[in-house]
Write a protein that binds this ligand. Sequence first.
Ligand code: CMC
Length: 426
Amino acid sequence: MSDGAAKITNKDGRTAELPILSGTHGPDVVDVRGLRKETGLFTYDPGFASTASCKSAITFIDGDEGILLHRGYPIEQLAEHSNYLEVSYLLMYGELPNQQQREQFEHTISRHTMVHENIRTFLGGFRYDAHPMAMLVGTVGAMSSFYHDSTDINNPQHREISAQRLIAKMPTLAAYCYARYTGRPLLYPDNSLSYVENFTRMMFGVPAEEYTPNPVVTSALELIMILHADHEQNASTSTVRLTGSSGANPFASIAAGIASLWGPAHGGANEAVINMLDAILYSGETIEQTIARAKDKSDPFRLMGFGHRVYKNFDPRAKLIQKMCHDLLADLGGDQPLFELAMELEKATLADEYFIERRLYPNVDFYSGIILRALDIPMNMFTVMFAISRNVGWISHWMEMHEDREFRIGRPQQIYVGAPRRDYPA
Ligand code: CMC
């Protein structure tokens, strides 16, 4: 779709008429593909904040209005009526499943939950104190050496089987990484349980005892996972697309996404929230002092879990999770001093002019960090939880990319600012 054009002229007077493209929602986009050919110029956009790298029909975000849609459905409606596997089907295939498709999908996923026995042995090779994210990156990458019967990226059936394997096996791998970290025995999956229950059993169960899933924990995790399932072209998803654009197999591509998610500016924020709350408690600082530090421009301290790059009005995911957080804390008890501090901080910032003026609200990570702590999920598993949830988003984008006829290997340009050409000293 094109409506109008943007004209760009270089210093030699060569002009390019660049078409303007429109999507279903969102701002119009200047199509700069002809720019270099017509004028020899290209664009400079560190962080890609003004660049659309692809066309996508999966997720739409309007940060000013606080809107998040998956395949057109508002996140609020999915959170209320759906579950994680159904949202996964929606993201992957574009439509909500009917009854038969839902049952078939659940059946397929549950039949792929086990991993090759040698993966269990492979995990034993990590150092005793390896971080679960380090193990997850390595193990998901290693899957390409175990499941090479489905790594022909040009075969749509291979792509689908790999996608199903990744969704089915990610919770098993994540729970195994944690079991290795704690030294607990690894439990095989139990396919009579739901996707989330199966994960919590492998995380917290032991072979010596029957495991009974806690419905409060299950529904809290179900919500957290739905809210983290996809967020369009974020750093890890873009990494998966860029890695996959060279023709890398799906396991290697998703491992690259996990590596990107690991960074504290992306998947690590919920962990940072708990670290901050712990540090405040430990120091005995008052809420007033903490807020004063956050406002002080000479102090680099920021309130972790507040503000968002895209959502300047409110984060719709935070709204949904906030209520669950309050209910859960009343239900589960747990680390009361930390939870009370979190709720006081929330209240104080919502009434503070500095935060109101700058539209800094608690974001999804503020509440998810607190909830994961209340659910007894260890801190070093917080980003792993994010990876399990975002896995389906990565896969859906990887699949969409391979079906896109405009898809080419990703290869950005640069402005070269190094030494000019010079000769090697004779
Ligand atoms: N505490 C105190 N002041 C803040 C904070 C904060 N958390 N966030 C922004 N500000 C101030 C900032 O100092 C600036 O003030 P001024 O206009 O006086 O210079 C103003 O608000 C705008 O900040 P900005 O840095 O231009 O905003 P940004 O959109 O570039 O940054 C952010 C967004 C998320 C990086 C930032 O708000 C932040 O560092 N938050 C804390 C970390 C955090 O919670 N990250 C998780 C985000 S959700 C992740 C996800 O969706 O996956």
